[in-house]
Design a protein around this ligand. Structure first.
Ligand code: NAD
Ligand code: XAI
Ligand code: MG
Ligand code: MG
Length: 347
């Protein structure tokens, strides 16, 4: 473990220098890694591991997603199987169904978890909320997680570009005495940049907060609020969209990603810097109570309950699609589609 100073706090992280791909391949040399589910994380993780030289198979029920797996080069009967068959063949079971679907499939997965096998998650959800999910792994299997901090789509794209997402890892149960090493080897295998250690509870709590907060929920809320104010004051959709979203994603966030917030500020006018330095605090003060409410709702398991109940309904996909369509069909995001189509690289 390398000791890294994160803003004054020292943490131990695993880097690819100290745990190279070669070592990960050695650790997992005798394992058959069965990726169960081919939604978003399934393709990213399985393709990266396959390209990294691991022995990987995919388990996916028949349908559109199965066909996608075939198109991605997984071969039926050789590296692509029905879920039950993949569970049988795998020694490390990567449980990458949606969190709600994991509940339904758990009895089947549990039956396949013979002593000595490992159960791998990419979220702390299933076992942390075991009273709600019923996911209680047998005592004689290793249970660990690697949670890439980003979409499976980005995990794959960055890997192909020779880059990587950072991932957290955690061990829930160490039956073999080797669970932590296996978890790290899996983290390197799926294409992580560096790996930071956590536990299942902290992973699920921070993850649910982040995606409801700044990563997805809060950002849409703030975009919508500013766009509405600009529109109500006579600004055109293109002016409002450019000043709310397009400039952020195309110009300013890449600067933040490159070298931090002060670097982005420093590359804007002193007029902009003066205003931003004055206004970030009122935005902070206005939103902090909302973040506190959100964190408490995660902590009380209310968010887990909502997620399970809503995503277990037979028509949950259709209902999500209606809500996504509402976003897509809003004036702001329709303006966004028009703005994107006019980017020089797209025209
Ligand atoms: N989406 C991400 O990028 C992301 C990022 C980090 C962690 N995670 C975690 O990774 C895990 C997988 O998430 P995901 O977003 O890739 O999942 P997903 O919602 O894309 O679903 C994955 C698969 O589940 C299958 N499925 C759904 N219901 C099923 C059922 N009843 N029986 C059998 N198969 C069923 C689908 O066919 C699909 O292949 C979750 O624990 C999630 O929290 C996801
Ligand atoms: C990609 C995210 C938001 O980080 C992940 O947590 C998810 O649930 O999809
Ligand atoms: Mg999440
Ligand atoms: Mg996440």
């Amino acid at each position: 473990m390398a000791t890294i100073n994160f803003g004054g706090v020292e943490e131990q992280v695993v880097t690819r220098e100290e745990f190279p791909l070669e070592k990960a391949r050695e650790v997992l040399a005798d394992e058959v890694i069965a990726v169960i589910g081919y939604g978003v994380q399934g393709p990213g993780q399985s393709l990266n591991m396959r390209d990294n030289g691991f022995n990987v198979i995919v388990g996916q029920r028949k349908g559109k997603t199965y066909d996608k797996a075939v198109a991605d080069g997984w071969v039926p009967g050789e590296t692509l199987f029905e879920i039950e068959e993949a569970l049988e063949k795998g020694t490390i079971i990567c449980f990458l169904l949606s969190d709600a679907a994991q509940i339904e499939l758990w009895p089947t997965v549990k039956a396949a978890l013979k002593p000595g096998k490992s159960l791998y998650f990419s979220h702390g959800f299933g076992v942390t909320y075991k009273e709600k999910t019923g996911i209680v792994p047998p005592a004689d299997v290793d249970v660990f997680l690697v949670a890439p901090k980003g979409s499976g789509t980005s995990l794959r794209r960055l890997f192909v570009e020779g880059k990587g997402l950072n991932s957290s890892f955690a061990v829930y149960q160490d039956a073999s005495g080797n669970a932590r090493t296996k978890a790290i080897a899996m983290g390197i295998g799926v294409g992580s940049g560096y790996l930071f250690e956590t536990d299942f509870y902290k992973e699920v709590t921070s993850d649910l907060t982040g995606e409801r907060g700044t990563l997805m929920g809060a950002i849409q809320g703030i975009f919508a609020a500013q766009y509405e104010v600009l529109r109500a004051n006579g600004h055109s959709p293109s002016e409002a969209f450019n000043e709310t979203v397009e400039e952020l994603t195309q110009s300013l966030m890449p600067l933040v990603a490159e070298n931090g917030m002060d670097w982005m500020y420093a590359n804007c006018s002193t007029t902009a810097q003066r205003g931003a330095l004055d206004w970030w605090k009122p935005f902070h003060d206005a939103t902090k109570p909302v973040f506190e409410k959100l964190y408490n709702s995660v902590k009380s398991q209310e968010q887990a309950e909502i997620s399970i109940t809503r995503n277990s309904q037979p028509d949950y996909r259709e209902k999500l699609e209606v809500e996504l369509a509402e976003l897509r069909d809003s004036e702001m995001w329709r303006a966004g589609a028009a703005v994107r189509s006019l980017r020089p690289e797209r025209s």
